[in-house]
Design a protein around this ligand. Structure first.
Ligand code: ADP
Ligand code: MG
Length: 601
């Protein structure tokens, strides 16, 4: 018995269905409508944009702008699929300077909502108005109104109940819509925004407000005031914006805002850039906060990767990556990195741990500082010291643990005490701070190495007799290929028979250089880097670890003089507040923190 063969008929979909399918890609929720309408307003050159929402945008989204407006005759065209004024040929796709270009948004929106559009060009006395419901447009009528465009979108998904069911609560939808508006407001300096919900004003920025002022409006003064500016250029590619101190880092990337030619982006590579630029400053799993704006030739980036255009493809990704990390790094290093004690206190209170209160400890010593003449004690092993780069004189060498302070202010006033041979507690004018002596010393040693490296003058201590490290033939060859790059970071190695590396010299900064571990770190770094690591990578990876091992260990009893030297060196270092592995080096408790802890307020 044969089954009746199905007889599928192929039919071209009706326009409405086509547009609804397209809407499935770009119009997911009220926030997507807001994004498309506000982007259109921006493309029209608006300087003021108002977004009115009702019931989280499900009942009403109205976007009103003072942009160029549309001719009466163009109004119905704007709602036709693939109708755009922003793209004439496929070649134009290579250098898109507008936010929109696909000509889909208005047609999609009009297929899933009730839409009313009004528009008036500035030179026209009267504007034009049009309604569309379920894809069917009314005739265009003359209407009065302000120059610019106003698009009203009511009852989103009224004719696609399946989609409507996917919507979340009013608060959630409103939150997402507001997020879109705020991101665009941060991206588009020079444009004023107002957002209202059920008649109440939620957010506004004036056209004249700069990025910092906009961050203040959006996220508050504490963040805005702590931001450190970033600025860099590579040819005609420019990076401007701000990075925030690590205490503003979060579990997600929602406070990482990248803007490319005024377009908010979410892109994995940019998240990686930030992670790299914060290497050593942010613990794993935490995402730094930053607001960064890239301006570049539209031909050097492809924004047509995704319908929502949130991702991009840079033509020269490697170069871009390097440029961005290098431009960000100095700003990251100059952010304030102390961990506020307040966080620890509230954490301790939450866990109700009485043990966390800092009970007075018997102080091993607690008195003022001796005079700086007593700082001469240095611990130096029996090495011959010489500068790797002959040009350096000792006069401009950075301060060492055994050198007196150069800056006369805060660090030199006591009292301080060492707790458990690990922490140093010292008074500040408005509270106190606790320093981890090991983490602090590690950071300082590393920063000095970095500074020497950047000046091209890592000081080397040559050994009278080389220390030999057996590594095996293959790994010895691997290391040999990098002798030169290693010498630039003060690691002077040589060959010594089959499979043996001779360590002739190591950076003088390292207090207890462990040649064997260092050579093993070198091998691990070379193996991990895939290609040949340049001396910058060796510097970051190998010297980080070496600095860690050679620094004052927890449990070392420090003399008062050594503590004082450590503190004064810390005061000279612009970024002493986390150790190279991003543990905090110091925790600061202000009077306000203490008052809170003791329920005085
Ligand atoms: P696209 O933005 O990709 O061109 P849209 O469907 O969003 O596609 O818009 C279609 C066209 O309608 C635009 O190209 C533009 O010419 C016109 N348009 C839409 N919104 C506005 C506006 N607010 N002001 C002026 N023109 C607009
Ligand atoms: Mg558009």
């Amino acid at each position: 018995m044969s089954r009746a063969a199905p007889r599928p008929r192929i039919a071209v979909l009706p326009e409405l269905v086509k547009n609804q399918i397209a809407a499935g890609e770009v119009i997911e929720r009220p926030a997507s409508v807001v994004k498309e309408l506000v982007e259109n307003a921006l493309d029209a050159g608006a300087t003021r944009i108002q977004v009115d929402l009702e019931e989280g945008g499900v009942k009403l989204i109205r976007v009103t702008d003072d942009g160029c407006g549309m001719e009466a005759g163009d109004l119905p065209l704007a709602f036709a699929a693939h109708a755009t004024s922003k793209l004439a040929s496929v070649d134009d796709l290579d250098h898109i300077a507008t936010l929109g270009f696909r000509g889909e948004a208005l047609a999609s929106i009009a297929s899933v909502a009730r839409v009313r559009a009004f528009s008036r060009r500035h030179e026209a006395l009267l504007g034009a108005q049009l309604e569309i419901e379920g894809g069917r447009a009314s005739d265009v009528r003359e209407a009065g109104g302000a120059a610019g465009t106003s698009i009203e979108v009511r009852d989103l998904f009224f004719n696609t109940p399946a989609r409507r069911r996917f919507l979340k609560t009013t608060a959630t939808e409103l939150g997402r819509a507001l997020d879109v508006i705020q991101r665009l407001a941060l991206a588009q300096i020079g444009v004023g925004f107002v957002a209202t919900h059920d008649g109440r004003r939620l957010f506004d920025v004036e056209p004249s407000m700069d990025l910092r002022a906009r961050v203040r409006r959006t996220f508050g003064a504490e963040l805005a005031d702590a931001l450190v500016p970033v600025s860099g250029a590579d040819g005609d590619t420019r990076l401007e914006g701000f990075v925030a101190p690590v205490r503003f880092a979060r579990g997600d990337t929602t406070r990482q805002m990248w803007f490319l030619n005024g377009r908010p982006l979410r892109d994995k590579i940019l998240a990686r850039v930030l992670r790299d630029a914060h290497r050593g400053f942010v613990v794993d799993g935490k995402q730094p906060t930053a607001f960064l704006s890239l301006a570049m030739d539209p031909a050097k980036v492809d924004v047509n990767v995704h319908p929502a255009k949130a991702e991009v493809r840079f033509r020269d990704e490697r170069r871009m990556f390097g440029f961005l990390v290098a431009a960000l790094r100095p700003a990251v290093q100059s952010t304030d990195m102390a961990t506020p004690g307040e966080r620890l206190l509230s954490f301790a209170q939450r866990r109700d741990e009485a043990a966390h209160t800092l009970a007075p400890q018997p102080a091993p010593r607690q008195h003022g500082f001796a005079d700086s003449g007593a700082l001469a004690r240095g611990e130096r092993p029996m090495y011959v010291r010489e500068s790797f780069a002959p040009a350096t004189s000792s006069a401009d060498a950075p301060a060492r643990l055994d050198e007196p302070a150069r800056r006369s202010d805060e660090p030199l006033r006591g009292p301080f005490l060492q707790v458990a041979r690990t922490y140093i507690v010292r008074a500040l004018p408005d509270g106190f701070e606790v320093l981890d002596q090991h983490a602090l010393h590690e950071r300082l040693t590393f920063e000095q190495l970095r500074e020497e490296f950047e000046r091209g003058a890592i000081e080397v201590q040559h050994r009278l007799t080389p220390e030999l490290v057996e590594v095996g033939a293959a790994q010895a060859r691997l290391v040999e290929a990098h002798f030169e790059a290693l010498a630039k970071v003060g690691v002077v190695l040589g060959r010594f028979g089959e499979g043996v590396i001779a360590v002739h010299g190591l950076p003088a900064r390292l207090r207890r250089p462990d040649a064997e571990s260092l050579v093993r770190d070198v091998i691990a770094t070379i193996e991990a880097s895939g290609a040949a690591p340049d001396s910058g990578v060796l510097m970051e990876e190998v010297l980080h670890r070496a600095a860690c091992r050679s620094s004052v260990m927890a449990g070392d009893e420090l003399s008062e003089i050594e503590i004082r030297a450590l503190l004064s060196r810390a005061a000279d270092s612009p970024h002493d507040q986390t150790c190279p592995h991003a543990r905090p080096t110091r925790v600061r408790f202000t009077l306000a923190d203490l008052e809170k802890a003791f329920h005085r307020r």
